[in-house]
Design a protein around this ligand. Structure first.
Ligand code: GLU
Length: 507
């Protein structure tokens, strides 16, 4: 078997469905998928659900959904280990018959005592092989009597297992460090090492590409391959993924579940590009690669040996690049679907209908440059989508609304806007500038309170775009609401500036 990938190569992703699909798992899936697609080989999906207590159907669904979202389609599977019990039983029987596996009757108490002793001696626990010495007759009679037992694999003392990791290079391993390890639990269920080996063999996997947290499992699995007389696949262990603080990536680093990124409004193509660069690069500069470019260029020899750093800011940046590179009508459609999807933040009906109007495209256009994700765009566009504002940004309100004279001045601004003939940028600018002049105010002093009244925030797209997006009627309504809110506020020192204008009005 050659390490080179060819049309005959078969790669797999074999997640355990015990939680969500995290960044690390998604990267493993992606790397295998890219390698398979790049060589014209096969990509197989296998669900490793032999741990019945920790595996859940929801988790299987999360994995399938996340892979579908990322566009990582498989050619075969999903195969479920929980449905393949007889294959593992056959392999166990073969190992028993050839004398490479034996029943072990040692009790939990005895094993605990051995563990304690090892700890006291400052050594790692290795099973001492007591039951290996039992005769077949004794084994048979104890099994007959129903004595609980596990099955252990008999490791040849003093032997070495060596393999050539396609990323890490030669990895020799002293088998004495393993001791005779368990391959079947006392309840009859097979242990992961055995199921992986049986499946990788029967599914004719040629290349096993997985996280480097599996490196220590590989010698055990190779021993099983050898003992069963099967060809070993080639192995590549991917470098660890760390957070920016150099600690192993975990929940502490914020959202790391792939579907959480979907919920936050990241695009799958940006996610794919970003994941591909977690430990792999085309060269020293190239950051942006399409799916097709990745398939064409991805290779094991450009995978780093050192840990990859997960940098969410970079992902956000990359997502923004992808978002801005799309035609406006496409972004509008994505935004529309995304806004409607958000279950925690249902839009009110008036706005929801408006998402289908050409108007929606015009407001998406206002924010597309400033938004890195669809979620951010949603937040930025919020003020346009609600029937009326819930609150005003506290600092902006203090600075621009709750100052003497602002309320009266907003009335005059409203008057000027009412009088504008064509509610378009040119006419609006002329009207507001001449108002500022008449009032002896800077243009900003007119615009800031207006912006706060319309959007509830001190930063927004250009004020004329905002006015046009709202239209005359809504703009005047919002100014009126802001004036009512200002009037209802207690004197400056006690002012709860962020209180809802709606609540105020309800009183
Ligand atoms: N089921 C294992 C996991 O989810 C992966 C096994 C493998 O890739 O060999 O970590």
């Amino acid at each position: 078997m050659t390490t080179k990938l060819t049309k005959a190569s078969r790669l797999r992703f074999a997640p355990s469905p015990t939680g969500t699909l995290h960044v690390g798992g998604a990267r493993t899936a992606l790397f295998n998928w890219l390698l398979a697609r790049g060589c014209g080989g096969k990509f197989i999906l296998r669900i490793e659900d032999t741990d019945r207590e920790r595996s859940t159907e929801e988790s299987v669904q999360v994995i399938l959904d996340a892979m579908a979202w990322l566009g990582l389609d498989h050619d075969e599977g999903p195969f479920y280990q929980s449905r393949r019990g007889e294959h593992y039983a056959l392999a166990l029987a073969t190992l028993r018959e050839s004398g490479r596996a034996y029943p072990c009757f040692c009790t939990a108490e005895r094993l605990d005592a051995l563990r304690k002793q090892a700890r006291a001696d400052g050594t790692a626990f290795v099973y001492d092989g007591l039951c290996r010495a039992l005769g077949e007759d004794e084994r048979a009679s104890r099994i007959e009597k129903g004595e609980p037992h596990v099955i252990r694999f008999a490791v040849e003392p003093g032997s070495i297992t060596e393999f050539d990791d396609m990323i890490g290079g030669p990895r020799p391993f002293e088998n004495d460090r393993l001791g005779d390890f368990v391959i079947r639990r006392s309840d009859g269920s097979p242990i992961y090492h055995l199921t992986v080996v049986v499946d990788d063999h029967e599914m004719e996997i040629t290349h096993v590409v997985r996280g480097d947290d599996h490196v220590s499992n590989t010698p055990r699995q190779l021993l099983l391959f050898d003992a069963l007389g099967w060809d070993r696949p080639h192995y590549a262990h991917l470098p660890l993924i760390q957070g920016a603080d150099k600690a192993r990536l975990s929940k502490r680093h914020g959202a790391t579940s792939v579907l959480e990124f979907k919920r936050e409004g990241f695009l799958p193509e940006a996610m794919i590009n970003f994941l591909a660069l977690l430990g792999w690069s085309l060269d020293a500069e190239t950051e942006r690669l399409t799916r097709a470019e990745l398939i064409e260029n991805f290779s094991l020899d450009r995978i780093n040996r050192s840990a990859a750093v997960f940098d969410k800011t970079k992902l956000e940046w990359m997502n923004g690049v992808y978002l801005r590179s799309k035609p406006l009508d496409e972004v509008t459609k994505l935004a529309r679907d995304f806004f409607r999807l958000d279950p925690d933040d249902a839009l009110d009906l008036i706005s929801d209908k408006r998402l289908d109007e050409p108007w929606f495209e015009s407001i998406v256009a206002l924010e597309v440059e400033r938004s890195r994700t669809l979620g951010e765009m949603r937040r930025n566009l919020d003020c346009f989508l609600v029937a009326s504002l819930e609150s005003y940004e506290e600092k902006g309100a203090r600075k621009h609304l709750l100052k003497p004279g602002v309320c009266e001045q907003l009335a005059r601004t409203a008057e000027a806007l009412r009088a504008v003939e064509n509610f378009e940028a040119e006419g609006l600018e002329a009207a507001l500038r001449s108002l500022a002049e008449r009032e002896g105010l800077s243009f900003g002093k007119v615009v800031h309170p207006l912006r706060m009244s319309l959007t509830g925030r001190s930063a927004s797209p250009g004020i004329f775009d905002v006015l046009i997006a709202f239209g005359r009627e809504t703009s005047l309504e919002r100014i009126e609401q802001a004036r009512e809110w200002i009037e209802a506020q207690p004197p400056a020192s006690e002012s709860p500036a962020s209180e809802s204008p709606r609540q105020e009005q309800a009183r």
